[in-house]
Design a binder for this molecule. Structure first.
Ligand code: ZN
Length: 136
């Protein structure tokens, strides 16, 4: 069973421009902007609530060929996925499969913040859902 909302991810055209709202207007101090070459994106996490709090993740595609870039092209900026933290990602993956949920990953993938799987929006009432196990 998921423990908490870990992060909510938003696709943006340009992280620095997005920070004009999220950092300067809203007042959340971002972590450093990271390149993730394996996913062809740049990301920035905006943490809230201290340890155990939740984060907003800003995602900027760096190549036109990825699913993130295509989503931006098709729908514009906006919500990309919601991520829930689980205790054990291998058990969660098995449980989702057993219950017939549309898991998009054969194996947990190595995400920015831990090991994660994604569930297709068709099984989650229209939201791409990530489940993540974070390292201790
Ligand atoms: Zn995520």
């Amino acid at each position: 069973m998921p423990k908490r909302i870990d992060h909510v991810a938003i696709i943006v055209r340009n992280i620095e421009q997005a920070l004009v709202f999220y950092r300067d207007t809203l007042g959340i101090q971002p972590g450093e902007i990271k390149e993730v070459p394996s996913e062809q994106v740049r990301i920035a996490f905006l943490p809230m609530g201290g340890p155990g709090g939740s984060e907003i993740e800003l995602i900027e595609p760096t190549s036109p060929d990825t699913s993130v870039a295509k989503a931006l092209e098709k729908r514009g900026e906006g919500l990309h996925h919601i991520c829930l933290e689980v205790e054990n990602i291998d058990e969660a993956l098995q449980e989702m499969r057993d219950k017939g949920a549309p898991v998009l990953d054969e194996q947990p993938r190595i995400a920015a913040e831990g090991r994660a799987i994604f569930l297709h929006p068709r099984g989650t009432n229209g939201v791409l859902l990530e489940l993540i196990e974070k390292p201790e």
